[in-house]
Design a binder for this molecule. Structure first.
Ligand code: MOS
Length: 744
């Protein structure tokens, strides 16, 4: 029998991808296909006074130019995440003539070719009434205060507490009375997901039904939300996303371009493709908002936390709302009786931000884990010892035990692998020739969530199986791990198993977000496979059948087929023949149950980082990164490790390079391309030494999988910043930490 679980098998879809047979949303070609190209606002705030599309309408190949005056009216919808209705930007396209951010779509040119659409887009003339955009948190706060004052005058209304606000014990009093305290503020800039594949939607209508190839992390959500916007029965909308060139969060929810493609196709009775340019990715498809976070910590002299406060502000947009919950992890990561989190969200004139890999926690743990490092130094404690002293033996936020928690082991394993014991604590005390070494540590923490999912399992007489679920593989190896699990359950090699995903008409599956697909669908596949086999066994034991009267539960899948308790054997095809079936089908739904209330599910981790600072030539490099991750049972050592590698690389970019810069005059993105927006590339990378602990979670269904997609980027940012401090003595609390800032 195959022993597949945990094996580092290659991606089952790898060959399709490298041979170009994996078709993405923008690769779709249909007869009569039209191409859409947007005209975007060049101002950051104000309104359209006049829009003249006449020259564009007469340009070669142009079929239509849509804008606020001629686009069919679309009503705003009521969002309900649990029902699959969620937009990236709540404002329907061309709702009115208001401009909320530079880059907002003001017109859409549809033409016979991409080049014709793009050319004609330059011929659309727009006059604006321009206002000064509010781009920074302070400008946003000022504008919001002015608006509030106006509203209060009218209605006497007051704003309530933020949805992320939380308190236990008396953090103020405990802080004031504590002998040792820390009070520091950290900031993170706007970052942009920049998946390799741009957002794209190719829409067509057939007999009143809408079919969209959408680059989405959620075919079910894209389908349901589109149906809501277009006032259609969801049954009449199908969304396909068999392959996605990554998402990192920017493809979770429905953005205006998909709505525009669908409506344009309906109006013009032809298929329409709308692919964003890299430039548009920076404005109209989400980003991680800027954050400012104040951390206040207090402890006893021997390093027990007695008060912890995390006050956060992040921006949102005017065309849609998103809350970055930086303090969510702070509530339960460490043991502390007196704890407070506040979460303020302020609108500014940029596109709507959205979830970006480990939303909340990536910036949140940069602040918290930097503060923990600063505080350890104040206490004259080793940063790992300080954290060990404050480990939470249960979730003090939800007041329930952890489902499984191997954080302490993560500390030990990563410290051993990295050689942490050889660290000398003095600033700049570790040298290698001209270079000063800095060693930093931080912990990682991310919820491990599950959702309801349905899986259809089909067993075929020819020794193949088919597993279908309306979830999707965003490039992370979902096809592969599903084939492994089904293979393990059915006793079939992965190549005999067809995994069908990325089609909203399949049985409903989860969003590829929150690191939850594997933990959600693996137990569902396991149960579905068991049920399908039982159906076959019932056929074999039915009256008059080959093993009539036998107990179906006692039949076993063995090397060469199936074995009855009597020792009698049937090969796979003979069993199907004996049961008079070509195919056995089971459809299984599994939802998280009581265990969700009894246990707190999280993944954990720890990182050690080495940086090298050469002051002579002002060169800063990350030279080593080591991580230990507790993400439950590891289904595939290669794809899982690859997820953590990706997160570490993204974390490196977040600390040293990434920042989306807006022009203060007009809110336009200055860094709207991959030359000016810097991300970590291979040349920036050190050795990555990742250990996956591989302890199954006893409460998370078959195999005990936990989430692994996002945990790696949590904390690693602080580990790098802490290493930079250890090398240079410069505590930089504002990302990115550039050489210019180090030299200032
Ligand atoms: Mo992740 S930010 O939930 O794609």
């Amino acid at each position: 029998m195959p022993n597949l679980l945990g094996q580092p098998i290659n991606r089952v879809d790898g060959r399709k991808k490298v041979t170009g047979r994996a078709l993405y949303a923008a690769d779709q070609r249909f007869g009569g296909l039209l191409y859409a190209y947007p005209v975007v606002s060049t101002i950051g705030s104000g309104e359209i006074v006049r829009l003249d599309a006449s020259a564009a309408e007469q340009a070669p190949g142009v079929v239509a130019v849509f804008h606020a005056d001629n686009f069919p009216k679309i009503r705003r919808i009521k969002e309900a995440m649990d029902q699959g209705v969620k937009t990236g930007e709540a404002r329907p396209p061309f709702e009115d003539k208001k401009i909320h951010y530079a880059g907002q779509y003001v017109a859409l040119v549809v033409a016979e070719s991409f080049a014709q659409a793009r050319w004609a887009s330059h011929l659309v003339h727009v006059d604006y009434r321009e206002e000064k955009p509010a781009l920074t948190l302070d400008a946003g706060l000022k504008a919001a205060a002015a608006e509030d004052a106006e509203k209060k005058d009218k209605a006497g209304k007051k704003g309530g507490a933020g949805s992320g606000d939380y308190k236990r014990g008396d953090p103020e009093k405990a802080f004031d009375e504590a002998p040792v305290m820390l009070d520091e503020t950290y900031t993170t800039p706007v970052e942009v997901h920049n998946p390799m594949e741009m957002h794209a939607a190719t829409a067509r209508w057939e007999d009143g039904k809408l079919i969209v190839h959408d680059s989405t992390q959620w075919v079910v959500g894209s389908r349901t939300t589109l149906a809501k916007f277009l006032e259609l029965d969801p049954k009449n909308v199908t969304v396909h996303a068999p392959f996605i060139g990554a998402g990192f969060g920017c493809k979770l929810f429905l953005w205006p371009h998909t709505v525009l493609a669908a409506v344009a196709a309906r109006e013009l009775h032809r298929p329409v493709k709308f692919m964003l340019t890299r430039k548009d990715q920076f404005t109209a498809a989400g980003h991680r908002p800027q954050t400012r976070q104040r951390l206040r910590l207090a402890a006893t002299p021997d390093g027990r936390l007695v008060s912890l406060r995390h006050d956060t502000i992040a921006h949102t947009g005017h065309a849609g709302k998103f809350e970055e919950s930086c303090g969510r992890g702070t509530r339960s990561m460490y043991s502390c009786a007196n704890l407070g989190v506040t979460q303020k969200t302020v609108p500014v004139n940029v596109g709507t931000p959205t979830a970006m890999r480990a939303p909340g926690a990536a910036p949140g743990l940069f602040a918290l884990e930097s503060a923990m490092d600063e505080f350890a130094e104040k206490l004259k404690m080793d940063p790992i010892d300080f954290r060990r002293k404050n480990l939470a033996d249960h979730d003090e936020d939800k007041k329930i035990p952890w489902s499984s928690n191997h954080l302490a082991e993560c500390y030990d394993v990563v410290a051993r692998n990295f050689g942490w014991a050889k660290r000398s604590p003095g600033i700049g005390s570790m040298r290698d020739g001209r270079e000063i070494l800095g060693w930093g540590f931080a912990a990682a923490y991310w919820p491990s969530e599950r959702e309801k999912a349905t899986v259809r399992v089909e067993l075929n007489a020819d020794g193949t199986a088919r597993i279908a679920c309306a979830t999707q593989d965003i490039g992370t190896g979902t096809y592969t791990v599903f084939a492994q699990v089904a293979g393990e359950m059915l006793g079939l090699p992965p190549e005999k198993i067809e995994i069908v995903l990325g089609d909203s008409s399949l049985p409903p599956g989860p969003i590829s977000g929150g690191s939850m697909v594997t933990a959600t669908v693996v137990p569902t596949i396991a149960r579905g496979c068991r049920e399908a086999l039982q159906k076959l066994y019932k056929g074999l034991t039915a009256p008059g059948a080959v093993w009539a009267g036998g107990d179906p539960a006692k039949i076993a899948r063995t090397e060469d087929g199936f074995t009855a308790p009597s020792g009698a054997r049937l090969s796979w095809p003979d069993a199907f023949a004996a049961a008079e079936r070509d195919r056995v089908v089971a459809e299984t739904t599994l939802a998280p149950g009581e265990e969700e209330k009894k246990f707190s599910f999280h993944s954990f981790g720890a990182h050690c980082v080495e940086v090298r600072w050469d002051p002579g030539i002002a060169r800063l490099r990350v030279s080593r990164m080591a991580s230990a991750i507790d993400a439950g049972r590891i289904v595939n050592q290669k794809t899982a490790r690859n997820q953590v590698h990706g997160s570490l690389i993204m974390g490196l970019g977040m600390v040293l390079l990434e920042e989306s810069v807006y022009d203060p005059r007009n809110g336009r993105v200055v860094t709207d391309n991959l030359a000016d927006y810097h991300m970590a590339v291979h040349a920036d990378l050190p050795q990555l030494d990742v250990t996956l602990l591989d302890h199954p979670d006893p409460n998370n269904g078959d195999f005990g999988v936990k989430g692994i997609g996002e945990i790696g980027i949590t904390g690693v940012t602080a580990a790098i910043a802490n290493a930079i401090y250890h090398a240079t003595g410069r505590r930089l609390r504002s990302l990115p930490i550039t050489v210019e800032k180090l030299l200032a």
